[in-house]
Design a protein around this ligand. Structure first.
Ligand SMILES: [Fe+2]
Ligand SMILES: [Fe+2]
Length: 330
């Protein structure tokens, strides 16, 4: 029997009322500081925003292996080579771990990887810059992993449980990355004039892109308000950027280097290191796919994906065979 229109309308409005009640309960849980778990009800938009953020994060870890992987064969000693290999491997692990976390939101990793490879998903803009010298391995560990730690320490308190727990584990490894990077920087900074020049040049190239890692300014960050309300983000991009600068400038001074910012000044009242204007036009170009290495990075990921096809085919065949064996045994 076809329901008549009034019945339809009342059914729809009852469903809408249920959604309002569910959303109110969800907001109350967020306000109480509870963490949201995969099987809990959540607004569709919350789920979508988390999938976007977490998959971008996972992609960044994986693409982030490329600029440093480039230097493994050229590390200056066995010790440096071992720690660089371990770091790059850690980043791959972070990517896989966060892909798993994203899958708890009901998406398939295959689709996420597809989005990265076809250019519809974003990843951190910093990895589209080239690594031109050995000093870049130190500066990336120090500044890039350092910026990631500032971001991820706050994300460890994010409202979505699987993401928060992933961050706690990942931050422990990021701290090692930062330390090994800073040790490389400190060694070069007290080395020969050529080594000093090499590490200063690297800081000059990576300083501003590191500040851009925190994303657009608060006045121009479309997703920020909603993400803060849901306690997905607990600090704004500008707050995190300022915290990074405040933490990093004393480290720059400790090794006798400088940052390429003539406007940098300490404000004794706010206790902040105030910095000059960020070149957002450059940031937007890199995000749009026109940075120095965007095409190279995606080409490398596509090649890696194609080269791994036989592994995926073998794993699928093995799983099918096992399933078949189980059916036959039953
Ligand atoms: Fe990482
Ligand atoms: Fe790292």
């Amino acid at each position: 029997m076809m329901p008549n229109p009034p019945e339809l309308a009342s059914g729809a409005s009852a469903e809408a009322a249920r959604d309002v009640a569910r959303e109110a309960a969800f907001d109350a849980r967020i306000a109480a500081g509870e963490s949201i778990e995969p099987k809990d009800w959540m607004p569709e938009r919350y789920r979508k925003q988390l999938i976007r953020m977490m998959s971008q994060h996972a992609h960044s870890e994986v693409v982030g292996m490329l600029p440093e992987g480039n230097w493994i064969t050229r590390a200056p000693s066995l010790r440096r080579k071992m720690s660089l290999i371990a770091k790059v491997q850690d980043e791959g692990g972070h990517g896989l771990y966060i892909y798993c976390g994203t899958e708890t939101l009901g998406v398939d990793r295959h689709d996420l990887v597809e989005q990265l490879l076809n250019g519809t998903a974003k990843y951190s803009s910093i990895f589209n810059y080239p690594t031109l010298s050995w000093a870049d391995m130190g500066v990336i560990g120090w500044l890039v992993d350092g910026a990631a730690i500032v971001n991820q320490t706050i994300l460890a308190k994010t409202s979505y449980g699987p993401y928060a727990r992933a961050m706690i584990r990942i931050c422990k490894e990021e701290n090692f990355h930062k330390r090994q990077g800073y040790e490389i920087v400190a060694t070069l900074a007290k080395g020969t004039p050529a080594q000093r020049a090499m590490v200063q040049d690297s800081v000059n190239r990576f300083w501003w892109p590191s500040l851009m890692m925190f994303g657009p300014s608060d006045t121009n960050s479309p997703n920020s308000g909603e993400l803060r309300r849901w306690k997905v983000k607990r600090k704004t991009n500008d707050e995190l950027r300022q915290r990074f600068v405040n933490l990093t400038i004393p480290q720059v001074q400790a090794v006798g280097l400088t940052v390429p910012d003539p406007d940098l000044a300490y404000n004794a009242t706010t206790e902040d290191w105030e910095f000059g204007a960020i070149d957002w036009a450059e940031f937007n170009e890199v995000v749009r796919g026109n940075g120095p290495c965007n095409r190279e990075r995606i080409a490398a990921r596509r090649a890696a994906h194609d080269n791994g096809q036989w592994v995926r085919a073998a794993a699928t065949a093995h799983a099918e065979k096992q399933a078949q064996n189980k059916t036959e045994a039953a």
